[in-house]
Design a protein around this ligand. Structure first.
Ligand SMILES: Nc1ncnc2c1ncn2[C@@H]1O[C@H](COP(=O)(O)OP(=O)(O)OP(=O)(O)O)[C@@H](O)[C@H]1O
Length: 246
């Protein structure tokens, strides 16, 4: 299986400090991956590099079947190429309904010119219903987003990202602030999404990572320290040292 995203030997320094140090990482087109690591390990900077927010000083970031260099694209082009990013705090439009939020996300998927003349069509309404169903909000479409629980807002935002039909979804700490039931539903959702696309989840919560039941990449000091199942990496003496050794 060839990789969808291949990060090869990237490094980036901030004021002489190497936040990412020769990092290599790859993910397949339909794969769920958890990225863990202590504070300052470089997890956010890694996502910033993949999405074009931060440029590495060296290394390559290759995308898709024809290995396009993402380093040649700007943030908007990378998003259009199929990379979606879910930040930790949901940024939905609180005064708009769930359906309107999803409709706006569908609209944003179009080029600027048609958007001027865009009216919700039966097809787009059907797609909105489909997206709401996909993220477990089928019964909530008429509610204002501001009335949703924290977990539901996170799912709505995932639905809005899905409107862009990403091939890779980067998800930052989805479990934070969720109830146990919401976490369980989020695990199910992320696993299902990863059946047809790549999903990278950055997460501190080990119980949540265990439930994801996927390959784990441990970052430390801007590089990969260990990779494999959660049981495999948590038995690794270097990982134990990093998490517990100080
Ligand atoms: N723009 C910046 N300028 C200076 N230093 C930065 C910048 N961005 C990140 N860093 C530093 O780079 C290192 C890696 O940070 P990063 O936020 O990627 O880590 P992280 O693994 O996401 O941490 P956390 O789990 O706390 O979110 C940290 O030491 C951080 O202080």
């Amino acid at each position: 299986m060839s990789a969808l995203l291949e990060v090869d030997g990237i490094s980036v320094s901030f004021d002489g400090f190497k936040a990412i140090n020769g990092l290599s990482f790859s993910i397949g087109p339909a794969e769920l991956r958890a990225v863990i690591g202590p504070n300052g390990a470089g997890k956010t900077t890694f996502m910033d590099i993949v999405t074009g927010k931060t440029r590495p000083d060296e290394g390559r970031v290759l995308w898709g079947e024809s290995s396009v260099s993402l380093l040649k694209l700007n943030e908007a082009q990378i998003a259009r190429a199929g990379v979606g990013r879910k930040f930790q705090r949901p940024t939905v439009f609180e005064d708009q309904s769930v359906a309107d939020n999803l409709t706006m996300a569908l609209k944003a998927n179009r080029s600027p010119f048609p958007v001027l003349f865009w009216k919700p069509s039966p097809q787009s309404r059907a797609r909105v219903a489909e997206l709401a169903e996909e993220v477990g909000l089928a019964g909530q479409t008429a509610r204002k987003a501001g009335e949703l629980s924290h977990g539901q807002k996170q799912w709505l935002e995932i639905g809005m990202l899905l409107a862009q039909e990403p091939r890779l979804l980067l998800v930052d700490e989805p479990a934070a602030g969720m109830t146990l039931a919401e976490r369980e539903q989020t695990t199910t959702l992320l696993k299902r999404l990863a059946e047809t696309r790549a999903v990278v989840v950055v997460e501190h919560d080990m119980d949540f990572v265990r439930r994801l039941d996927c390959k784990v990449t441990v970052l430390h000091q801007g590089a990969v320290l260990a990779e494999g199942s959660l049981d495999h990496v948590t038995r690794n003496p270097d990982v134990i040292e990093v998490y517990l050794g100080r």
